[in-house]
Design a protein around this ligand. Sequence first.
Ligand code: FUB
Length: 326
Amino acid sequence: MKISKHILTLTIALGCLTSVQAKIKPDTVIHATGNPIIRHEYTADPAAMVYKGKVYLYTGHDEAPANQNGYVMHNWTCFSSPDMVTWTEHPSPLNVKNFSWAKADAWASQVIERDGKFYWYVAVEHATIPGKAIGVAVSDSPLGPFKDARGTALVTNDMTTVAKHPWDDIDPTVIIDKDGQAYLFWGNGVCYYAKLKANMTELDGPIKTISLPHYTEAPWIHEHNGWYYLSYAYEFPEKIAYAMSRNINGPYVYKGILNEIAGNSNTNHQAIIEFKGKNYFIYHNGALVPDAGSFHRSVCIDYLYYNKDGTIKRVVMTSEGVKKVK
Ligand code: FUB
């Protein structure tokens, strides 16, 4: 590894890595040399947002001690890039402690912009209502600081009764449709969705469900050329599958596996974006820790290709990753 002023060049081949690299200073520029793109800390559950010529990448942060199985996740990380290869790590803009009603588990999340404000939907463990819950934080900048937008959870376990286990309210993904209506999708075991009010901090109507084959968790909703795509973690260990619809409310037609099991991570969690004319599949694997990858995960990026009929080609996971966008 070669470090110059605010520049970190990651030169260690993937096969040689057995643990996370040394910490770096906030605002350090990272030149990714392949997958995983971040190697000085563990990053999981990626969510990406394109805003004003940059990609903002938000991730969970696996902090379990080496060889420990089980999630240890206290905060979320934030990186930005103008070209998909040069990433700046910003100081962590959000921690479970920013939600006074939450007690642990900074799990999967997504940020979206509306009218110049940035809304960050997160899954955490609720302090007083048993089970997981979804909160929302807000900021005037994609880099934060973010603050709890409500002072209470947006979704709690007592609001969703289809799944009987208490960790079903996780993995929020959000979209604003062309008519301005925002929707939140989420869920473990059951894929829930609901409309959001224009203020982005309240549900607007009933919580509904979508039936998807072998649905586990990690929904990601996106739109491309008039199709709505609902991708999700399929079975366990998790592959990523997807379904398509012409209408955001469905019906969604299952289209098959999009990505295979990502090496030694029993979970996967994807973000799909278009940036400067190319499409990207952002996910995590356990490549940095061969014997405990499921709880020491790292974000990877590979290309995603659509077929003419709107279906998506199966993702090819690579160690080389993607090239710098000009
Ligand atoms: O990171 C914790 C959980 O693991 C996420 O919420 C799931 O999507 C899975 O990746």
